[in-house]
Design a protein around this ligand. Structure first.
Ligand SMILES: Nc1ncnc2c1ncn2[C@@H]1O[C@H](COP(=O)(O)OP(=O)(O)O)[C@@H](O)[C@H]1O
Ligand SMILES: [Mg+2]
Length: 221
């Protein structure tokens, strides 16, 4: 394999500026340069950590990589395709390969959906599997993140913070993404739960979830 085939993501001169509006006409008077010229490469199987003080642009960079924010400038090559220039439809097709685990498990789970619906929603959206295979996969994912598959019919409020974060992880893993972006996935959790969650997050998408879930995800090889 060439060096480029191993590169999963390459960010070039990534910029995200948020406009500042003021006055009665809400004219733009400036911009918050949240991310201003960021460059990095991530190889397949590699983990990249972004470190910096609060407000320095870490979350913005992560969201921009999935194009949850539009880029002001720059390029993000994902498997060689510049996602900054993709149309909505093309982007939608890319989405299953890139997923995000958010900081606050409370805010990112719909309280009116059962855990089963939460975990299988990405599969439904992307039209993957049948009703029954989705349920089977949801059960496997629950066990993978250390939750009892019998809880699939429950709602998020009946779980603790750490368990909710595991549900968010199960959902993010449902599509077996190539790229998993974790935005402070454990900062809202107790220290004792943090290590457990971080173990799940070291995950290898090239493994088949259904064959031997537990050891694959926790151990990486
Ligand atoms: N949606 C937004 N609109 C305007 N400004 C934003 C928005 N999101 C983040 N910012 C600003 O961008 C900067 C970087 O924020 P953020 O990426 O959340 O930092 P970090 O995750 O490193 O703490 C901050 O100054 C923040 O106030
Ligand atoms: Mg942040």
């Amino acid at each position: 394999m060439t060096a480029d085939a191993e590169t999963l993501v390459r960010a070039k001169n990534l910029k995200v500026h948020f406009p500042i509006h003021a006055g009665i006409f809400r004219r733009q008077v400036g911009a918050v340069k949240a991310v201003d010229g960021l460059n990095f490469d991530i190889k397949r199987g590699e983990t990249l950590g972004l470190v910096g003080e609060s407000g320095c642009g870490k979350s913005t960079a992560g969201r921009a990589m999935l194009r949850l924010y539009e880029l002001t400038d720059g390029q993000i090559d994902f498997e060689g395709v510049d996602i900054a220039g993709l149309s909505k439809n093309d982007l939608r097709e890319m989405r299953p390969r890139m997923q995000m685990i958010f900081q606050d498990p409370q805010a990112c789970l719909n309280p009116r959906m059962t855990v089963l619906d939460i975990i299988t929603e990405p599969l439904v959206i992307h039209n993957i599997g049948t009703h029954n295979t989705r349920i089977e996969l949801a059960k496997e994912l629950m066990e993978l993140v250390g939750l009892d598959a019998r809880y699939l019919q429950r709602y998020p409020h009946s779980f603790s913070g750490g368990q909710r974060q595991r549900i968010g992880i199960a959902r993010a893993l449902a599509l077996r993404p190539q790229l998993l972006i974790c935005d402070e996935p454990v900062s809202a959790l107790d220290v004792s739960i943090q290590a457990q969650i971080l173990n799940f997050v070291s995950y290898d998408p090239n493994t088949v979830i259904s064959s031997s879930p537990r050891c694959r995800i926790a151990g990486r090889g």
